[in-house]
Design a protein around this ligand. Structure first.
Ligand SMILES: Cc1cc2nc3c(=O)[nH]c(=O)nc-3n(C[C@H](O)[C@H](O)[C@H](O)COP(=O)(O)OP(=O)(O)OC[C@H]3O[C@@H](n4cnc5c(N)ncnc54)[C@H](O)[C@@H]3O)c2cc1C
Length: 328
């Protein structure tokens, strides 16, 4: 097949996990359909090009570097215009973008600029003949739709963590490209407020410890924080019941109306497992649930379940994790 163009998402000048996942998806698509090249577009402040070789590690044949002071923050209109401009050349069958906050913004812009279809929140992509076929979960993951995307070119926006990033090292050729200025009104970012310092973003974390109303109070979230610390580099999430009660910020909410995550390990602490919560975490690789009610729905999706009081189990688990990780 022809080539695939990937938007290599960055934050703070570093490529994000979803960028490596998008490259992996593109690589698999190209390699399984008769060959072609994977091109990654890396856009950011001057100096961002230093990260090009990292994209080669995850399968980019070519890294297109667009450096500009105007791209120092997420300049959505300009980045979309730069992607669209490039997509008109280079024989690209698909443009792969993460279905992250940035990607949810960029994908439709690119599709509109090019007047091509877009498939969002995609968990698998395949080419058969001339057709691009994708899978798209819907109704809180209750159904998986198979969609055939019409036309010779499409934007495909992949669900974070649905594709596991795989290293397929290439000595990527680096090409500088000009950032295309936005035409029309632009969003100006006036302030960026950082979330919890020292913890990975929920979308990037390979381990998430998540708490629910079973913790009884905001203060008891300290137990969740301690368990996350014991693992070394875990993120902390929460249910909507907890964020609505103000125990945690809304940015921590996981579920249908919160963040969708798929870490290697998800520990659900005092969470009932309402369908809206499951919609955001049920694709996690390994799920551990701690709940005093053995009939709690969370146990239906859990790989490991502990029936007991979180106020007793979590400190014991934290001590056990610390012991097991001694020296790490
Ligand atoms: C339109 C809509 C969208 C929604 N979106 C979301 C969403 O995005 N994310 C989300 O999470 N929810 C969402 N909800 C809310 C959802 O329906 C549930 O109300 C919520 O997930 C419940 O949170 P919880 O599990 O913390 O609390 P509860 O349902 O109250 O469960 C608490 C659990 O803790 C257990 N427990 C209690 N005490 C202890 C103890 N000492 N030790 C161990 N276990 C204990 C209980 O057995 C129970 O299972 C949405 C709802 C609607 C209607």
């Amino acid at each position: 097949m022809s080539n695939v163009l990937v938007f290599a998402e960055t934050r703070g000048g570093e490529p994000r996990k979803v960028a490596f996942e998008a490259l992996t998806a593109a690589r698999q698509l190209v390699d399984s359909s008769g060959g072609g090249e994977v091109h990654a577009l890396l856009a950011g402040a001057p100096g961002i090009g230093a990260k090009a070789s990292l994209l080669g590690t995850y399968g980019a044949d070519v890294v297109l570097v667009a450096e500009s002071v105007d791209l120092s923050t997420f300049a959505r209109e300009s980045i979309a215009a730069t992607i669209a401009d490039r997509a008109k050349t280079g024989n690209y069958r698909a443009i792969v973008i993460g279905f992250s906050s940035q990607g949810r913004d960029l994908g439709p812009r690119v599709a509109a600029l090019l007047d091509i279809p877009i498939a969002t929140d995609v968990t698998s992509i395949a080419v058969s003949g001339d057709s691009l076929t994708v899978k798209h979960p819907a109704y809180a993951n209750k159904v998986i739709m198979t969609l055939v995307v019409a036309g010779p070119q499409a934007v495909v926006s992949i669900r974070p963590s649905a594709f596991t990033a795989v290293e397929t090292p290439k000595a990527a050729r680096v090409e500088n490209v000009a950032a295309v200025a936005a035409s029309g009104p632009t969003v100006i970012i006036v302030e960026v407020k950082e979330g919890a310092k020292g913890r990975p973003d929920l979308g990037d974390a390979s381990i998430i410890i998540s708490g629910g109303r079973g913790l009884k109070s905001a203060d008891n979230f300290k137990l969740v924080e301690d368990l996350a610390d014991a693992f070394g580099n875990a993120a902390v999430g929460a249910t909507r019941a907890v964020t609505d009660d103000g125990w945690r910020p809304h940015s921590d909410q996981i579920g249908q109306t919160g963040r969708q995550v798929s870490p290697q390990l998800y520990v659900a602490v005092g969470i009932s497992g309402a369908i809206q919560h499951l919609a955001g975490m049920r694709t996690s690789k390994t799920i551990v649930a701690i709940n005093k009610d053995k009939e709690a729905p969370i146990f239906k999706v859990a790989d490991y379940g502990i029936v007991g009081d979180v106020l007793e189990i979590v400190p014991a688990l934290t001590a056990a994790v610390r012991e097991a990780r001694k020296g790490h």
